[in-house]
Design a protein around this ligand. Structure first.
Ligand SMILES: Nc1nc2c(c(=O)[nH]1)N[C@H]1C(S)=C(S)[C@@H](COP(=O)(O)OP(=O)(O)OC[C@H]3O[C@@H](n4cnc5c(=O)[nH]c(N)nc54)[C@H](O)[C@@H]3O)O[C@H]1N2
Ligand SMILES: Nc1nc2c(c(=O)[nH]1)N[C@H]1C(S)=C(S)[C@@H](COP(=O)(O)OP(=O)(O)OC[C@H]3O[C@@H](n4cnc5c(=O)[nH]c(N)nc54)[C@H](O)[C@@H]3O)O[C@H]1N2
Ligand code: SF4
Ligand SMILES: [Mo]
Length: 556
C-alpha cells in the first residue's frame, strides 16, 4: 500500500527531487509542485525509488548472535543486550565507543544519533559522507569556513563558465544538471571539463582536458599562471577579499611549465585556452565531486589550488560563481549539518566552543564532551584495540570502504550493533541487528546538496516487526543516557535541533510545508541564503589567504 497523495524526497541522491507514488505506473513520479526538479522530471533512479523495498532481504525482527547463529528475539531482549554491553563499555571509557551515522537517514535521526553519542560522553561520531569528499571538504572548511555549495543550484544558471573537475553531474546528479546547468549552456555559457575519462558530462562540454589521474594540481597551477600572465585577475577582489597575493604570485611564477604539462600529460596550449575562457568569464564557477575528493589519505593541494583560482578571478560571493561540491547521498549535507562529525556540534560549531556547548547543554541537560572525537577511518581501524563497542547506523563499511578485508575482520573484534533495514555485509558481523525503517516509511527532513531543507513524508507502511529509526534512537537514548529522549515525533526533534544549530535557527515544519528553506536561514530572506561568502566568508573573515603552491612535477 502506497500513499499517492503525499509528496516526499527521492532517497537516491543528494539533488533532493520531490516525488510521489503514481498508481498508474506503480512507480515514482514528480509532483506538480516540485521545487528542485521544477522541470517535472525524475531520473531513472528516482522513478524506481520504491523498487528496493520490494525485496525479500528485509530484516523483519531483531536478531542476536548466539554461538555464531542469528536468532530472532523481541525488541525488549535486543534493547537489554545493547544497554548492558554499551553501558559496561561506557563505564570503563566512553571513548571506547564508536558511532557511525548515516547520510541516508533524516536530519532528525542524525541529530538524535549524535546526541546519543555525546550524552554517553564521547565525540567518537562520524559519518561515511565525509569520506566521499574528504580532501575537498577539509580544504574548504579550513579556508572558507564551509564545505557546502557556495551557490544554490538555481543561482548556477547565472554562470558564464563552468569548470567541472572530477565530477559527472550529467550522469550522477542528472536532474540538477538538466534543470540548472544545461539551460545555462544552451544560453551561451561555456562548460570546461577536466577529467581523465569521458563521462556523460563530456557530451555537454565545450572544452575538455584529460590529465592523468591525480595530477590536477599541476593543471590548475598552470591555469593560475596563464590567468596571471594574461592579466585576467580581478584586482579589486584580490585587494578587498584576499591576503598573501605577492607570495602566491612568486610561487606560481616559479613553476616549471613544461614539467607540469609532462607530468599531467596535457598540452600547454589547450591549458592556456581554458585559462583564457575561465579568466574572461564575467561569472565563473567550479563544480567538483569524488574525482578529486574521494581520497581517504590524500592532501588538499588540488582543492587549495581551485580555491586560489576562484580568488584570483574574483569568483566568490556573486551570482553564478563559487566552489560547488556536488554531494552524493540523499542526506549527506544534513548528516554533516546535524553534527554527525567528531569535532563539530550541530551547525559546524566546534565541540570546544563554549557558546555552542552551552547552547547544547541547555537543551540536552547534559554537557557534551569537549575533546574532539576520532574520524570514521581512524575508529574503524581501532576496532578491537581502543574501540570496544560500535553502533553502525545505516552504512555498510564491510563493503564500501577501501580496505574491506581488514575492516570486515575488525568488525568481529567489537561489540557491534547494526541498525539497517537490510541484512548487509556489515550486519553479518553484528552482535545485535535492529530492523530499521526505509526512506518511504518515515517522516522528517533532509537537506540536499544546495543546503535546501525539505520534508520527507511517510508513503508506505513499515513491515510489522520493524521500528522507525527515530523510535529506536529515542528508546536507546532513554535507556542509556541521563538526557531526555522523549519526543512527540520528528517535528519536536526538529524544533530542539533549531535551538542548538544556529544555521537552522528560525526554520520550522510549517515554513517548509511547501517547498523548503535554505541555510544559513534568515527569516528576512524568507527562504534563506542563496549565496555564501558574500560580505564575509563563512569563517567570519573578510579575507582568505592565498595558499602558495609548492609542487614538484617529477616526470611520470
Ligand atoms: N545514478 C547514480 N547516481 C549517483 C550515485 C549512484 O550510485 N548512482 N551515487 C551518488 C554518490 S554517493 C556520489 S558520491 C556521487 C558521485 O558523483 P561523481 O563523483 O560525480 O561520480 P563519478 O561518476 O564517480 O565521477 C567522478 C569523476 O572523477 C573522475 N576522476 C577520477 N580521478 C580523477 C582525477 O584524479 N582527476 C580528475 N579531474 N578527475 C578524476 C572520474 O573519471 C569520473 O569521471 O554520485 C551520486 N549519484
Ligand atoms: N564497492 C563499492 N564501494 C563504494 C562505492 C561503490 O559504488 N562500490 N561507492 C562509494 C561511495 S560514493 C559511497 S557514498 C559509499 C556508500 O557507502 P555506505 O553508505 O556505507 O553504503 P550504502 O550501500 O550506500 O548504504 C549503507 C546502508 O544504509 C542503509 N540505509 C539506507 N537508508 C536507511 C535508513 O533510512 N535507515 C537505516 N537505518 N539504514 C538505511 C542501507 O540499507 C545500506 O545498508 O560507498 C563508497 N564505496
Ligand atoms: S537526480 Fe537524484 S534526487 Fe533527482 S530523481 Fe535522480 S536520483 Fe533522485
Ligand atoms: Mo558517495
Amino acid at each position: 500500500m502506497k500513499d499517492e497523495r503525499k509528496t516526499s524526497i527521492c532517497p537516491s541522491c543528494a539533488v533532493g527531487c520531490s516525488l510521489r507514488y503514481d498508481t498508474e505506473t506503480d512507480q515514482a513520479t514528480a509532483p506538480n509542485d516540485a521545487v528542485v526538479n521544477c522541470n517535472g522530471q525524475l531520473c531513472p533512479e528516482g522513478i524506481s525509488a520504491f523498487d528496493p523495498l520490494e525485496t525479500d532481504d528485509r530484516i523483519d525482527r531483531p536478531l542476536i548472535k548466539r554461538d555464531g547463529e542469528y536468532i530472532p528475539v523481541s525488541w525488549e531482549t535486543a534493547y537489554d543486550r545493547i544497554e548492558s554491553e554499551l553501558t559496561r563499555i561506557q563505564n570503563r571509557d566512553p571513548d571506547a565507543l564508536a558511532f557511525l551515522g548515516s547520510p541516508h537517514a533524516t536530519n532528525e535521526e542524525n541529530y538524535l544519533f549524535q546526541k546519543l553519542a555525546r550524552a554517553l560522553g564521547t565525540n567518537n561520531i562520524d559519518n561515511r559522507a565525509r569520506l566521499c569528499h574528504n580532501s575537498v571538504e577539509a580544504a574548504m572548511n579550513e579556508r572558507l569556513g564551509s564545505s557546502a555549495m557556495s551557490n544554490s543550484l538555481e543561482d548556477l544558471r547565472e554562470a558564464d563558465a563552468f569548470l567541472v573537475i572530477g565530477a559527472n553531474p550529467a550522469g550522477r546528479q542528472p536532474i540538477a544538471f538538466d534543470s540548472y546547468i544545461r539551460p545555462a549552456i544552451e544560453n551561451g555559457a561555456t562548460l570546461i571539463q577536466v577529467d581523465p575519462s569521458e563521462n556523460r558530462t563530456t557530451q555537454a562540454a565545450d572544452l575538455s582536458l584529460s590529465p592523468r589521474p591525480d595530477t590536477d594540481v599541476f593543471v590548475i597551477a598552470l591555469l593560475n599562471l596563464y590567468i596571471l600572465n594574461a592579466e585576467l585577475c580581478d584586482e579589486q577582489f584580490i585587494s578587498e577579499r584576499t591576503e598573501g597575493f605577492d607570495q602566491f604570485v612568486a610561487a606560481v611564477d616559479d613553476i616549471d611549465q613544461e614539467a607540469c604539462a609532462a607530468t599531467a600529460g596535457v598540452n600547454l596550449s589547450e591549458v592556456r585556452k581554458i585559462a583564457h575562457v575561465f579568466g574572461r568569464a564575467e561569472r565563473a564557477t567550479i563544480i567538483t565531486a569524488t574525482g578529486i575528493g574521494e581520497c581517504e589519505y590524500g592532501g588538499t593541494e588540488t582543492t587549495d589550488a581551485l580555491i586560489d583560482l576562484l580568488l584570483l578571478t574574483g569568483n566568490f560571493g556573486d551570482p553564478g560563481t563559487g566552489m560547488n561540491l556536488f554531494r552524493g547521498m540523499n542526506n549527506e549535507q544534513g548528516a554533516n549539518d546535524m553534527g554527525a562529525r567528531p569535532h563539530t556540534l550541530p551547525g559546524y560549531q566546534d565541540v570546544t566552543n563554549p557558546t555552542a556547548r552551552a547552547r547544547a547543554t541547555k537543551q540536552w541537560e547534559i554537557e557534551p564532551p569537549a575533546t574532539p572525537g576520532r574520524s570514521e577511518l581512524d575508529l574503524v581501524r581501532s576496532f578491537g584495540d581502543s574501540i570496544e563497542g560500535a553502533f553502525v547506523f545505516g552504512e555498510n563499511p564491510a563493503m564500501t570502504k577501501m580496505d574491506t578485508q581488514r575492516i570486515a575482520q575488525n568488525l568481529d573484534r567489537v561489540f557491534l550493533v547494526v541498525q539497517d533495514p537490510f541484512l548487509t555485509e556489515t550486519a553479518a558481523h553484528a552482535d545485535v541487528i535492529l530492523p530499521a525503517s526505509a526512506w518511504s516509511e518515515k517522516s522528517g527532513t533532509v537537506t540536499n546538496l544546495d543546503r535546501h531543507v525539505q520534508r520527507v513524508r511517510q508513503l508506505t507502511i513499515p513491515p510489522e516487526e520493524t521500528k522507525l529509526d527515530l523510535e529506536i534512537l529515542c528508546e536507546l537514548g532513554a535507556r542509556l543516557t541521563d538526557s531526555s529522549f522523549a519526543y512527540d515525533g520528528p517535528e519536536d526533534v526538529f524544533e530542539e535541533m533549531c535551538q542548538v544549530n544556529p544555521l537552522y535557527a528560525g526554520m520550522s515544519y510549517s515554513g517548509i510545508e511547501h517547498g523548503g528553506q535554505r541555510w544559513p536561514f534568515r527569516e528576512a530572506a524568507d527562504e534563506g541564503t542563496q549565496i555564501l561568502h558574500e560580505e564575509r566568508f563563512m569563517n567570519g573573515k573578510q579575507r582568505v589567504r592565498f595558499e602558495p603552491i609548492s609542487i614538484d612535477p617529477s616526470p611520470p
